[in-house]
Design a binder for this molecule. Sequence first.
Ligand code: PLP
Length: 452
Amino acid sequence: MTLAHVVEPRCADAHPALPAVTSARLTVPLVDGRRVPYANLDHAASAPCLEAVQDAVNELLPWYASVHRGAGFASRVSTRVYEQARDTLRAFVGAHRGDTVVFTRNTTDALNLLARCLPRGTSVVLFDTEHHAALLPWRGPNVRRIPTPERPGDAVVALEDALRGCPTGPRLVVITGASNVTGEVWPVTRLAEVARRHGARIALDAAQLAPHRPVDARALDVDYVALSGHKLYAPFGAGALVGRADWLQAAEPYLSGGGATRQVVDWGDRLGVSWSAVPERHEAGSPNVVGVHALAVACETLDRHGWEPIMTHERLLLDRLRTGLATVPGYTGLSLFGPDNDRVSVASFTVTGQDPGRLAAVLSAEHGIGVRDGLFCAHIATRRLLDRAGSTQQRALRASLGLGSTVEHVDRLVAALRSVVADGAGWNYRLIDGRWTPDPDPRPLPPFLTAG
Ligand code: PLP
């Protein structure tokens, strides 16, 4: 099994001043038989792996063993790696020293965990623009959903009103750092200030913010931060919930099983279980030490590198992308708070007369570009923004940039869109199981999928 012919030798050339990603030299096949460098414009879905993370994982692989319970030396090494990662995550999000770090599979898992740990009767307030991961874990009579605001200031006023109407008792406000649909940055500090005044805790969904900006929970004054490794240049299914320990400690374990227990005894008619304290309380089962290490190394690498060059790179590319997209006939950009609002490098849009799913298929099959189409797991928000933009489309297209993005990728996307609008697609496409697919699709799969 080899990837040699699809990934050329390592080279930190995408942008020498930035941490290198492992896919910088990935090439993909086109329907006309050519191979081109892959233009990954889908960082908001999952970001490529950092080379530093790949190296660290390779180093750990011979060592990984059971965490916490093994007496062997490799187990002790793995346990050290796993526990050190908690400190790294705490530092990465600027958490308080006493905050707990629970490792999860991803942001979805982290927010569902928090939802399961709320004290009885907690009022939850959130905006209906949330990604499903932050929207769906809280449902029921104690949840207030604030309709999509049109300006950051409206969001602040609406939150104040919603909190004023909450019954006494524990309260939680759920806020997204940056929208996965538009990239727009939410006024977290102002919202947190309102939440505090009304005695509410704040949970920050940092899935889209953390890969693009430093997150400082103390400066933002938020109580919980949830994030995903695979959006932060670390693959392997690890995420984290970082925050105040008390609610998590008082709750029943999220999962029942080994690792979450101190002692189990047979009381005849039932089992007597004494659960561990947080964070182990909510980490039943064998933990993902490799994934957690990957996540921690990604965080360290980004912090060590410094955010200024990363943010500058993304700002320049985003400006170029937005300027270029505006030249595509029929282009309509989606926006929550208007074109001037601060945003991370994500842009969603429609093109008049072009089905977003078909357009995404054309971009992939004929231009080697990866983008996302659909409603981006934020159905309510995306539909509302399509409505607001006056688009007749039911879905949108999203281009999202990151460390793996280059000027050439952006220019290729803009040129490809202009060419499809002007001349149509150069191939046939048909809907198969709801997805537009080249017909025929002669692109060969990599050998590791076809061998054997
Ligand atoms: N929150 C936001 C803003 C997201 O963009 C995403 C994923 O796209 C999630 C949460 C869920 O992340 P995950 O799928 O890693 O759980």
